[in-house]
Ligand binder design. Structure first.
Ligand SMILES: [Zn+2]
Length: 387
């Protein structure tokens, strides 16, 4: 026996919905869909090579996607051939998506409907994928919306807390999500009601104002409501799109808040595992019993780096604390490649642990299953139907 993850079912614990994109793509449009870049012009130039042309802006993750899709489509491993095949198959978009998901045994998604905007409904997305998706509920759009309605801070706080509480009561909502790393950063101070109420005026004038004390205060309320509902608080950590406050996105900044006694039993899910500071996230998961991390975004966007990342994460992270994720957000090929690449890399890492006599093959295979679906089922078991 050797490690085999290909037939292990998989739950993606962090991704975003997409609409049917069955219209034919040009090669550049397809690369733009794969890219984290939100600005046009990344792929406008071509670089001459001996055998043909290569698009500027192409990186390893995209190169691997083209190479693996070519195998899946049984076509030449070129962007031209892959996009041609994609356009052909995606005409029946829902079947195309379902076949991609089946191919890698992707059987469940925990979705952040906060991106893209305007929001895609869960029902529309479920029709495309063919199975129900669970949801995390973003707090920042609630704050933005209530700021228009509430003249007074006390009124805002009450409406905000009620909104979160109602959302957490819904079936299928597994927790709240915050992108405070894009607004004022992860160094969360104590609750300061007086200062937060003073900052409320600036927030009413500008929804993108830093208003750090107010945002910290709102995150504490979200933590309290998750504690009350026994659901998970998802917090964006590490890199993201171009707007993230990179110097304030390291998971270590969260430690003071996470250590507060009142959050001793609060489940916290560090989204993206803090990449490129995944060792910090892994350490935090190793010392705080209710903190978990996922491996989304770094997988698959770090390309060949996924193998190194998995190895580094498990320098500290306990085996029951890490969950598979992709952060796929535009086209189903990213969800597919996420699983494909992750299983390839993880198999190599697990195999090397067996070869070094750190563990038996059975144990390595079990760890593979923990990360791909079992940890998710354990952490969220109270709120998920039997799959
Ligand atoms: Zn995301």
């Amino acid at each position: 026996m050797s490690i085999d993850l290909t037939r292990v079912r998989t739950i993606d614990v962090h991704c975003h919905p997409f609409l049917p994109n069955e219209r034919p793509y040009s090669e550049i449009e397809f690369l733009e869909e794969l890219s984290l870049s939100v600005r046009p012009g990344m792929f406008d130039q071509k670089i001459k090579s001996k055998t043909g042309m290569m698009y500027s802006g192409l990186n390893m993750y995209m190169q691997i996607t083209i190479q693996r899709l070519a195998k899946y489509f049984s076509c030449e491993p070129t962007i031209e051939a892959v996009v041609r095949k994609r356009n052909e198959y995606a005409g029946d978009f829902s079947s195309y998506t379902k076949e991609l998901f089946n191919n890698v045994k992707l059987e469940g998604l925990l979705v952040d409907f906060g991106y893209p905007t305007p929001a895609i409904s869960n029902k529309v997305f479920e029709e495309i994928t063919g199975f129900p998706s669970w949801e995390v509920y973003r707090i920042e759009p609630v704050m933005d919306h209530l700021r228009d309605e509430c003249n007074r801070f006390t009124e805002f706080v009450e409406a905000y807390r009620n909104d979160l509480r109602t959302a957490l009561e819904k079936k299928g909502v597994l927790g709240l999500k915050s992108i405070i790393a894009y607004r004022s950063g992860l160094e969360i101070g104590p609750m300061n009601e007086k200062e937060a109420s003073i900052q409320y005026e600036s927030f009413r004038e500008n929804k993108r104002a830093t208003v750090k004390t107010l945002r910290d205060y709102c995150l504490h309320i979200a933590m309290e409501e998750c504690t009350r509902a026994d659901k998970a608080m998802h917090i964006h950590t590490g890199v993201g799109d171009g707007e993230v406050l990179l110097h304030k996105a390291s998971p270590s900044l969260l430690v003071n808040m996470l250590r507060e006694d009142k959050y001793m039993n609060t489940k916290v899910h560090l989204v993206h595992g803090g990449y490129p500071w995944m060792e910090e996230a892994a350490f935090i998961c190793s010392v705080l019993p209710n903190v978990y991390m996922d491996i989304s975004l770094q997988n698959p966007f770090a390309g060949h780096g996924v193998k190194r990342i998995i190895s580094q994460v498990f320098e500290f992270a306990p085996f029951n604390k890490v969950m598979y994720g992709s952060d796929a957000f535009t086209i189903p090929e990213t969800n597919w490649l996420g699983v494909k690449l992750f299983k390839e890399c993880f198999t190599e890492v697990l195999q090397s642990w067996v070869e070094k006599d750190y563990m038996s093959e059975e144990k390595a295979q079990t760890i593979g299953e923990l990360v791909l679906f079992r940890n998710f089922e354990e952490v969220y078991k109270k709120d998920i139907e039997h799959i």
